[in-house]
Write a protein that binds this ligand. Structure first.
Ligand code: ZN
Length: 140
């Protein structure tokens, strides 16, 4: 499927120290009523939690890294899930040695300092619905 929209508002800002990264992005989208768009974040995390989707088992496994990390890149999109704005993001992080890890961003990634950039997409409605083939909530 393909939809075509228009670029709407552009929001940039700083995420609160100690906030949960994905919860805070979802909160901002709900507060600003952004229901479609894209998001980028760079910064640093106090600790991180991210997932890997097991395609055979059709379920996520999660990994936690309980140490300070750089957020090298967070790339995500915004759409509707169960009627609310939902951020789906993937993240690449690095440790003190510059080693990179990453995956599907999950709750439990705590912000040390981070800057976000959100671009709204208008004129489209993207709803996540369960896809039987993959077991994932995909755009319908
Ligand atoms: Zn994902």
């Amino acid at each position: 499927m393909i939809v075509e929209g228009e670029r709407g508002r552009v929001l940039v800002g700083r995420l609160a120290h100690g906030s949960d990264l994905v919860d805070e992005l979802n909160r901002i989208c709900a507060e600003k009523k952004i229901v479609a768009g894209r998001v980028e974040v760079i910064g640093a995390a106090q600790k991180a939690r991210f997932g890997y989707y097991d395609q055979a088992e059709k379920k996520y496994g999660f990994r936690e890294v309980a140490e300070p990390l750089e957020i090298l890149a967070l790339v995500g999109n915004i759409s509707l899930k169960d009627g609310s704005p939902f951020v789906h993001a993937h993240v690449t992080l690095s440790d003190e040695e510059g080693r990179a890890v990453g995956g599907h961003l999950a709750e439990g990634t705590i912000v040390f300092a981070a800057e976000f950039h959100i671009e709204e997409l208008t004129g489209v409605e993207l709803n996540r619905v369960l896809d039987e083939t993959t077991g994932l909530p995909l755009w319908g």
